[in-house]
Write a protein that binds this ligand. Structure first.
Ligand SMILES: *[C@@H]1O[C@H](CO)[C@@H](O)[C@H](O)[C@H]1NC(C)=O
Ligand SMILES: *[C@@H]1O[C@H](CO)[C@@H](O)[C@H](O)[C@H]1NC(C)=O
Ligand SMILES: *[C@@H]1O[C@H](CO)[C@@H](O)[C@H](O)[C@H]1NC(C)=O
Ligand SMILES: *[C@@H]1O[C@H](CO)[C@@H](O)[C@H](O)[C@H]1NC(C)=O
Length: 511
């Protein structure tokens, strides 16, 4: 009896000692759940950021956007309106990692509102036409995680938004999935709460099923934790059967991770009556979908707003009233976490029709590796050469030597060991390789003054870092991690690079 009392006291004090009993949200199987009581969580979301696609960019690639969580006056002004719409999630598209978000995040938490944040910024994102997963992106993504992870009401992160646009550019999915993998690992390694990481897709007829499967398939450490699709199929007064929602629900019915509308609200018929809300939260769809995020709060030129700001005053629009009425009428079935299963794993098919992305993902960007190739180079690009002119040098040099260590082929899943380094580091690497191949003749490090011979720094730590670069000859599998240990022989970097091996890196050794 005494023991039981003691135990109860212990439990009570443990809870009392916890300064906040605010429940975080977790993913189990294909649903979200409150961690305090195990009941299902549906997103009743609103996209909350002034359009970042029209922001001004100056010549230095610096982009000025309005961080929606950095202005406490503005977010506190908006919270009562968001509550009127029963909002429990805000989606934000770009955060300023140098801004203070404490006050807005606290105010939102007090209002039981969670935040799902894109990790990219308008000037730092995975680009559809020339995708990379490089150090610059890695630093941007991790810096957003670092500033947001401390908040109990951060619900999740998007590692990309509409990066794949149609069947002509599906290869770039491998880079986004690598970002998902690396951010999940970063969150775990940093000791943060297990905040889920996912992707927000467009709704393209040829790729939507393959894309959802691709992101949700495979090993736990690589697959997305959730999947969003930006959905604009239901316009005006439509129905589950005629809008396309029925087909989409069928197509996504086998997903093993939560799916939701990461944007919705077609506006071709105005005002928007949001008649799809009732269906989205009805039993037609709740087995498969976890709700959605209405696009968007602020009225702008694109006519998707729920409210219009005038001199910092909020004026609600007709769409706002309709959405409020619809949200007030829903009562979705609530699943219990105890009934959820997280065992199901979707196998990753190698290729699909209309889907060319390899299941083998690009390597994890590693600063040490790039620093080392840079500091060990004996021939480097001259300071006078502008980055926009690097292409000419790459063209000339790679026309005569093998550049596979710096390039990627995401269709076949072959990624150069140094493909994540900056353009300058990569250029220095091949300049140096060319110079070495030419027996270090000074004429081989010139290119009409574009390259210069320097004394390498060769820090002692670098030989260890670079020794860990593995090589493989065939299309690598997950076992590369183990193979690399046995195969890595060559003393980085130059002597064996002329052979025709495909060079790959295994970072497993120092991750
Ligand atoms: C579980 O907790 C959440 C958050 O406090 C609350 O909104 C919800 O109603 C609770 N569910 C049940 C079944 O008590
Ligand atoms: C992107 O823009 C931000 C300002 O919004 C700036 O601080 C940053 O340096 C820019 N990044 C790049 C890679 O240009
Ligand atoms: C595919 O997407 C690209 C990039 O968004 C676009 O330029 C191109 O026109 C699209 N192609 C088709 C066939 O839709
Ligand atoms: C879902 O899985 C079932 C059983 O494996 C299969 O018959 C069906 O075709 C799948 N549906 C989709 C849309 O992939």
């Amino acid at each position: 009896m005494l023991l039981i009392k003691l135990l109860i006291a212990l439990v009570v004090t443990t809870f009392a000692a916890n300064p906040s009993s605010f429940p975080t949200i977790e993913v189990v199987g294909n649903k979200f759940f409150y961690t305090n009581n195990g009941s299902q969580f549906y997103l009743r979301g609103i996209a909350y950021q002034q359009d970042t696609s029209e922001v001004k960019s100056d010549s230095e690639k610096v982009i000025h956007f309005v961080d929606p969580l950095a202005d406490p006056k503005a977010c506190k002004r908006d919270i009562p309106y968001l509550k009127e719409l029963q909002t429990n999630v805000l989606r934000v598209y770009a955060l300023d990692v140098h801004a203070d978000h404490d006050e807005c995040m606290k105010a939102l938490q007090d209002a039981d509102i969670y935040v799902i944040a894109d990790l990219s910024a308008p000037n730092v994102s995975i680009i559809t036409d020339h995708p990379t997963w490089d150090l610059e992106l890695y630093k941007r993504y991790t810096s957003v995680i670092d500033i947001m992870a401390k908040y109990e009401n951060i619900l999740g992160f998007f590692a990309g938004n509409e990066v794949i646009t149609n069947s002509t550019n599906t290869e770039c999915a491998a880079f986004v999935k690598a970002a998902v993998r690396d951010m999940k690992k970063y969150i775990a390694d940093s000791g943060y709460r297990k905040i889920p990481v996912g992707y927000s897709a467009n709704d393209d007829a040829d790729t939507r099923v393959a894309s959802a499967d691709y992101f949700s398939c495979g090993e736990l450490d690589e697959r997305a934790d959730f999947y969003g699709i930006n959905m604009y199929e239901w316009c005006g007064r439509s129905s589950y059967f005629s809008s396309g929602y029925k087909e989409r629900t069928g197509e996504f019915s086998n997903l093993t991770i939560p799916a939701f509308f990461s944007e919705y609200g077609c506006n071709t018929i105005q005002p928007r009556e949001f008649t799809d809300v009732e269906t989205l939260y009805s039993s037609y769809m709740t087995g498969v979908w976890s709700g959605g995020i209405v696009y968007m709060y602020f009225e702008e030129d694109n006519n998707y707003g729920l409210v219009k700001l005038e001199d910092d005053k909020v004026n609600t629009l007709k769409d706002f009233d309709y959405l409020k009425k619809q949200m007030g009428a829903i009562s979705p079935n609530i699943a219990r976490v105890s009934d959820a299963s997280s065992d199901a794993v979707l196998a990753c098919p190698a290729t699909y029709a209309n889907w060319a992305a390899a299941t083998e993902l690009p390597p994890t960007p590693n600063q040490n590796v790039c620093d080392c190739i840079q500091s060990m180079a004996k021939c480097v690009v001259s300071k006078s050469v502008k980055e926009k002119d690097y292409g000419d040098l790459f063209g000339i040099i790679c026309g005569s030597i093998d550049c596979s260590d710096i390039s990627t082929d995401s269709g076949s899943g072959v990624y150069g060991a140094l493909s994540f380094c900056s353009p300058k580091e990569k250029l220095n690497y091949i300049l140096n390789k060319y110079y070495k191949n030419s027996d270090e003749h000074s004429s081989a490090c010139d290119f009409k003054g574009s390259a210069t011979v320097v004394h390498p720094l060769s820090p002692s730590t670098c030989s260890a870092v670079l020794r860990n670069l593995g090589t493989v000859t065939s299309s690598p599998t997950r076992n590369v991690k183990n193979n690399a240990r046995a195969i890595l022989k060559y003393d980085f970097p130059w002597l064996s690079l002329s052979c025709s091996l495909v060079f790959m890196v295994s970072f497993a050794l120092f991750i």
